[in-house]
Write a protein that binds this ligand. Structure first.
Ligand SMILES: *Cc1c(COP(=O)(O)O)cnc(C)c1O
Length: 394
């Protein structure tokens, strides 16, 4: 039995995958069994924020793994307290954190916070949460129901009650009722097609919600951890959400998620928990990633590379305007809005043959989520290959 057969035989078929066996990586490059290099414009869907085989991250992990990996949240966990302090201080938000293991779980925590906030004297007074059409909030039953894409809701009901979908930011206030306790949004929709929200509209919404005592939850699972150039996209949008969730880029590949809130005393003992959440290994990863990225940001290199990447995609969008409607996104969360879905599928297939890895997202979008530490040479190499892929479909 070869690997592909083994995978097909023993793994549930929930992913359509490329049967390629990457043996090692080096920043934005991956190498297969034959030593062939691939330029990784996906970073494992926004996860490998500091690149593959980052020497600082891997030595921090090896050192910690040799001491203690896990003790549970019944005891102090030094890297967890330090990571929380770092996230609070760098973001500038007066908040506390709860650590989990994934984005969906972080969002579950946010939803629990909102539901508890809506209780008065032990009675549920407000419980409805408004989310947006084309949003993505995760795959657990509750975060899936929070996801405003009806096509994803087949098969798995009945779902928890209380999610209301608004067509756009403009429609949110109209959807607010007396049972509404929170609004949950992505500042840049990722899976939904790399669609940034308008800054003024977000700020206006925040003010309206404050007046109504409705919480603003910002799902930063994809936009967080310098993906847009700032620690959080909320920093970039100059807002102060009530709740922020994060995950993908925080651990550089080690599973970790977190929910952060200004409601510092919302939970009492026993209200929420996680066996694995915030353990030594994942929080050591988080601390190492933040140290690397903070230095990179402060050196000016992150902004410089984001600008370079931006120019590059504008150039290519122009060059292949027959196929590409426009370049979209912010920072290292970018894409091409394609003119047709057939072209999108074809170009992704061709890109793989030319050994550059890219992603697909909603709204006919070819998506880029490169490692934040990608170099000029890697960007050049990736786009040369992508141009070949576009030439193939002309
Ligand atoms: C990826 C993603 C999630 C889900 O994260 P998982 O770690 O896969 O559970 C939730 N929200 C957003 C915005 C995401 O991009």
């Amino acid at each position: 039995m070869n690997l592909k057969e083994m995978d097909e035989e023993y793994i549930l078929h929930s992913y359509k995958k490329n049967y390629i066996n990457f043996k090692r990586g080096e920043n934005a490059l991956l190498f297969d069994e034959d030593g062939k290099d691939y330029v990784d414009f996906t970073s494992g869907i926004g996860v490998v924020s500091v690149g593959h085989a980052n020497a600082k991250l891997s030595s921090a992990l090896c050192e910690q793994a040799g001491k203690v990996i896990h003790v549970s949240n019944l005891y102090l966990i030094e890297p967890q307290a330090k990571l929380a302090k770092k996230l609070v201080q760098t973001s500038g938000y007066d908040m506390r954190l709860f650590f989990a293991n994934s984005g969906a779980e972080a969002n579950e925590g946010a939803i629990k916070i909102a539901r508890k906030y809506g209780e008065v004297d032990g009675e549920v007074k407000r419980y409805k949460i408004i989310t947006l059409k084309n949003s993505f909030h995760g795959r657990t039953i509750t975060s899936l129901k929070a996801t405003g894409q009806e096509k994803m809701h087949s098969f798995f009901g009945p779902y928890p009650d209380g999610f209301v979908y608004a067509d756009s930011l403009d429609d949110v206030i109209d959807k607010c009722g007396e049972k509404t306790v929170a609004v949950m949004i992505e500042l840049i929709q990722g899976e939904g097609g790399v669609e940034p929200q308008d800054k003024q509209k977000v700020q206006k919404l925040q003010n309206e919600l404050k007046k109504r005592d409705i919480l603003l939850i910002v799902d930063e699972v994809q936009t967080g951890i310098y993906r847009t150039g700032e620690l959080f996209a909320s920093n970039l949008y100059e807002i102060e959400p009530d709740v922020i969730t994060m995950a993908k880029g925080l651990g550089g590949g080690i599973p970790i998620g977190a929910v952060m809130t200004r409601l510092k005393d919302i939970f009492s003992y026993g209200d929420h928990g996680s066996t694995f959440g915030g353990n030594y290994l994942s929080c050591t990863a988080g601390n190492s990633v933040l140290e690397i990225l903070e230095n990179y940001k402060n050196s000016g290199a992150l902004d410089e590379m984001m600008l370079y990447f931006s120019k590059k995609i504008e150039e290519i969008a122009e060059k292949f305007s027959e196929k590409i409607d426009k370049a979209v996104g912010i920072g290292f969360m970018r894409g091409f809005r394609m003119k047709s879905s057939e072209d999108l599928s074809r170009v992704i297939e061709k890109a793989f043959l030319h050994r550059v890895l890219v992603l697909k997202a909603g709204r006919n979008t070819l998506r880029f989520l490169p490692p934040l530490t990608i170099t000029k040479e890697e960007v050049e190499m990736g786009f040369e290959r992508l141009e070949s892929a576009f030439k193939d479909i002309l």
